[in-house]
Design a protein around this ligand. Structure first.
Ligand code: DGP
Length: 117
């Protein structure tokens, strides 16, 4: 399931280049173009869903979130710790409307200010 004119669908298809961290048949992880932390990787399902409220099947959602651990290990932050963020719609400033999980780490963070990425 692909959506026309979706930036992350184009990245999944290889039509727009990205710095790939991990890929399998269901998900792609790549470096955020505008990193907010020393480690800032995005994970997307290859199928298109606008956001967390878009009726994502449980197995798809579970697979997406289980990939977080893999990425944390690949990036060397599994032990030191990391933050997982899924921005959803306007108030959260979701700018790309293809669900994506931000995995952030590599340095100590603030206490959890929801406005901080
Ligand atoms: P959000 O605000 O949650 O929708 O975050 C979207 C993120 O996507 C933002 O941190 C920057 C990143 N991003 C936007 N365009 C591109 C791109 O073309 N390539 C990559 N690698 N990241 C992008």
């Amino acid at each position: 399931m692909r959506k026309e004119d979706c930036l992350f669908c184009k990245i999944v298809a290889g039509e727009i280049p990205s710095a790939k961290v991990y890929e399998d048949d269901r998900v792609l992880a790549f470096e955020d173009v505008n990193p907010q932390m020393p480690v800032h990787t995005l994970i997307v399902p290859k199928n298109h869903y606008d956001n967390i409220g878009d009726g994502i099947p449980d197995d798809e959602m579970g697979y997406l979130f289980n990939t977080v651990k893999k990425i944390a290990e690949l990036k060397g932050i599994a032990e030191s710790g990391y933050r997982v963020i899924v921005n959803t719609n306007d108030d959260a400033q979701q700018s790309v409307h293809h669900i994506h999980v931000h995995v952030l780490g590599g340095a100590p963070m603030n206490s959890g200010d929801p406005s901080a990425k």
